[in-house]
Design a protein around this ligand. Sequence first.
Ligand SMILES: [Zn+2]
Length: 285
Amino acid sequence: MLLSDKYPFLTNYFEKGINNKLNNKGVPIAHSLLFWGSDLESQYTIAKEIARLLNCTGDHSDNCQCLNCKWIRENQHPAVLTITRMDNKPADDETKTVISIKQADMIKNSLMTSSEFYRVFIFCDKDDEGNIRGLNPQNFQEETANSMLKIIEEPNDRIMFIFLTVNKEDIISTIISRSQCFNISKTEKNDFRWDSITNIFTNYWGFKRENTFDIAQNLFEASKETAPKKILEDIQNYILSILKTNPGQIALIEDIKHVETAKKEIELGMSPQNVFENMCLKLIK
Ligand SMILES: [Zn+2]
């Protein structure tokens, strides 16, 4: 399954943030990210995908064959490092059970020199078969985490840290407070349905502002077949289903409130066309 099918909201969010970062406009992707939840394989894939898009010198497509994209896919890129208790250790580091202070020092030293690349450090754990596992207080200890706070807090411009874990509580609060956190859990089956707005309003966060009135018009046309209130309920169900796999997304919660307002306006007898237009103006940014 493609990441963009599995995590449409997150994928879109990161692509936008990376674009903004590379073009110096809008809200850029944060320089420290924490992924938590049960889907560690996807967390790792998303982390590598972020590193790939930041370093791509080709067309940024899924199959881009530029050298950076190839290296990152093959885990061969010199500036995109997976840091685990086993991988990327200095020669004199004999620890096997923890990400060590020596590793942290190695990273700090490497950052003293400039690089032509966007440097991305992915912190996680692996089991004996090489499956991705999460950070916890045993493999990523407080002392090591704290020794890196300064570089996480004041990184230079082309550096990113990504931490992977199952439980957010397993990560020391000083890292959490310096990172933007995203829940990436295995998707549960959910019972929400939104038939009336499929193809009209799904993936609305990718809509362009200049098309707002056309989209409102599409909803209005649909409301000739389906009651306006039912359409608004379907939009809410849709957002709720996305929220379930992307909890904590304040923007989605705000959107649900805007749709709730629209439902009240319909109940008060306002014209559906106006209600849809008002709502679309708030949801399409
Ligand atoms: Zn590329």
